[in-house]
Design a protein around this ligand. Structure first.
Ligand code: E4P
Length: 217
């Protein structure tokens, strides 16, 4: 399973990428706004920091605008994935990018029927929004399972990118439900390393080791 960071914070990205565990990055207009920086500059910097896929989202909502913006974003670096909303226009643009060999991430997916359409349009990634579905009183993980079943039945290559992840349990559940990737906010990514019993156990081991007076080196 691939783990992406959902961020435009390049300092945080640099730090976490040093673990060797970050396979890619996703961004969205809200995250770009939060960065307070020009989008093209931020995306270029992120692409320099990670070799894996970097999703950059179009701001246009019409097909022609999406195609123009997507082409500009894709020209930033070879690892840019053009992110498009799951609308009729977004899927028309997705199909055109598929013909051109440009990778796409279809975002704001909230139903299996939408995911089926995205796969038929030739999307590289589909992004079901788990946390937002949970907030809405539904079970986001059911959606991942439904999409997995449909994609497996019809042998679609589109990868399931679990998005809108709110906690480590979402990451585990997405993995168990058959997501190919998850995009994770930095705070949740850091929490994945932690467990109270790991901390307690390490403290005990270090304390007992100190009593031996030994040194390995
Ligand atoms: C994914 O591509 C989105 O950028 C992101 O996961 C949305 O998460 P949110 O619901 O926490 O805004």
């Amino acid at each position: 399973m691939q783990l992406f960071l959902d961020t435009t914070d390049t300092a945080v990205l640099k730090d976490l990428a040093s673990t060797g565990l970050v396979d890619g990055v996703t961004t969205n207009p809200t995250l770009i706004a939060k960065s307070g920086r020009p989008m093209l500059e931020v995306i270029a910097e992120i692409c320099d920091l990670v070799e894996g896929p970097v999703s950059a989202e179009v701001a246009a909502t019409d097909v022609d605008g999406m195609l123009k913006e997507g082409a500009k974003l894709a020209a930033i670096a070879t690892n840019v994935v053009v992110k498009l909303p799951l609308t009729r226009e977004g899927l028309i643009a997705t199909a055109e990018f598929a013909v051109q060999g440009i990778a796409t991430n279809v975002t704001l997916c909230f139903s299996a029927a939408q995911a089926l359409l995205a796969a038929k349009a030739g999307a590289t990634y589909i992004s079901p929004f788990i946390g937002r579905l949970d907030d809405y009183g539904m079970d986001g993980m059911d959606l991942i399972r439904e999409i997995r079943a449909i994609y497996d039945t019809y042998e679609f290559d589109t990868e399931i990118l679990a998005a809108s992840i709110r906690n480590p349990a979402h990451v585990t559940a997405a993995a168990l439900s058959g997501a190919d990737c998850a995009t994770i906010p930095p705070g949740v990514f850091l929490d994945l390393f932690k467990h109270p019993l790991t901390e307690k156990g390490l403290e005990q081991f270090m304390s007992d080791w100190a009593k031996t007076g030994q040194s390995i080196l």
